[in-house]
Design a protein around this ligand. Structure first.
Ligand code: COA
Length: 259
């Protein structure tokens, strides 16, 4: 049914696995198209109570946007792709059922942003989190500048987004980015246990509680997301973005000119 996703339903719990392990589950355009199609079904699945999202393989949850595809992301495409991905992640945030991110490795860039769109995040001991976009000469474009500060506070979000440094599982737990750190072997079992607990609660209470809690994070997020998209698009037009992306693909350090 999908090339880049695996979906299994265990009673009322859906398990969605992002499945491009050879590319550390990077978010290609094809994958995002499939994710959108998956959400069309999930939004209309009246039996679904909780969705668990994880990554295929031992190494990564999702290592961000597919950097190969960033080569052609110019200013117009930057704006379009950012808006599309923001919308897809907002659909996850606003699903009628909670989504739990079971972060089994790297959650970087769009992978961090995907986890942030979930209602709850738990991770394995080997998970690492980061917003490395700045190192590629761009800024996050899938909602990260809006959701990360809300979850971990302005200062910590700034540090992650401005340095692009990764943090480990324990640090992620300390700053409230994840609710639990679990051994890799037990991660899915724990995620399913949490999902089952929520699935047993009255569905409408869960649905509206989730909606109410989401609303508490309101503020003027509409213009925040719009600004993020414009600025992401702007960075897609710079020489530094071209250099940052090429440097990654050529496995070398980038040299940036501020142009
Ligand atoms: N897009 C496309 N391909 C990616 C990718 C991404 N975001 N992240 C990893 N890959 C690919 C690598 O190019 C490599 O492919 P290859 O085997 O064909 O050369 C493969 O996945 C394995 O990654 P590799 O870099 O060899 O693993 P590593 O253990 O040395 O490093 C990371 C792991 C996560 C630190 C490193 O892959 C990385 O920095 N990825 C990019 C993260 C990023 O900047 N994401 C934000 C994008 S906006």
């Amino acid at each position: 049914m999908y090339k880049t996703l695996i979906y299994e339903k265990k009673d009322t719990i859906g398990v969605l696995t992002i499945n491009r392990p050879d590319k550390l589950n990077a978010l290609s355009n094809e994958l995002m198209g499939e994710l959108s199609r998956f959400l069309d079904d999930a939004e209309n699945d009246g039996d679904l109570r909780v969705l668990v999202i994880t990554g295929a393989g031992e190494k990564a949850f999702v290592a961000g946007a597919d950097i190969q595809e960033l080569v052609d992301r110019d200013v117009l495409l930057g704006r379009k792709v950012s808006r599309q991905r923001q919308e897809i992640f907002s659909r996850i945030e606003n699903l009628p059922v909670p989504a739990i991110a079971a972060v089994n490795g790297f959650a970087l860039g769009g992978g961090l942003e995907l986890a942030l769109a979930c209602s709850i995040r738990i991770c394995s001991e080997q998970a690492q989190f980061g917003a490395p976009e700045v190192k590629l000469g761009i800024i996050p474009g899938d909602g990260g500048t809006q959701r990360l500060p809300r979850l971990v506070g302005l200062g910590r979000a700034m540090e992650m987004i401005l340095t692009g440094d990764f943090i480990d599982a324990q640090e992620a737990y300390r700053i409230g980015l994840v609710n639990q750190v679990i051994s890799q072997d037990e991660l899915m079992e724990k995620a399913m246990g949490l999902a089952q607990k929520i699935a047993k609660r009255p569905p409408l209470a869960v649905r509206y509680a989730k909606e109410a809690v989401n609303r508490s994070q309101g503020g003027d997020s509409t213009s925040g997301y719009a600004l993020e998209s414009y600025l992401h698009a702007l960075t897609c037009s710079t020489e530094d973005k071209k250099e940052g992306v090429q440097a990654f693909l050529e496995k070398r350090k980038g040299t940036f000119k501020g142009k």
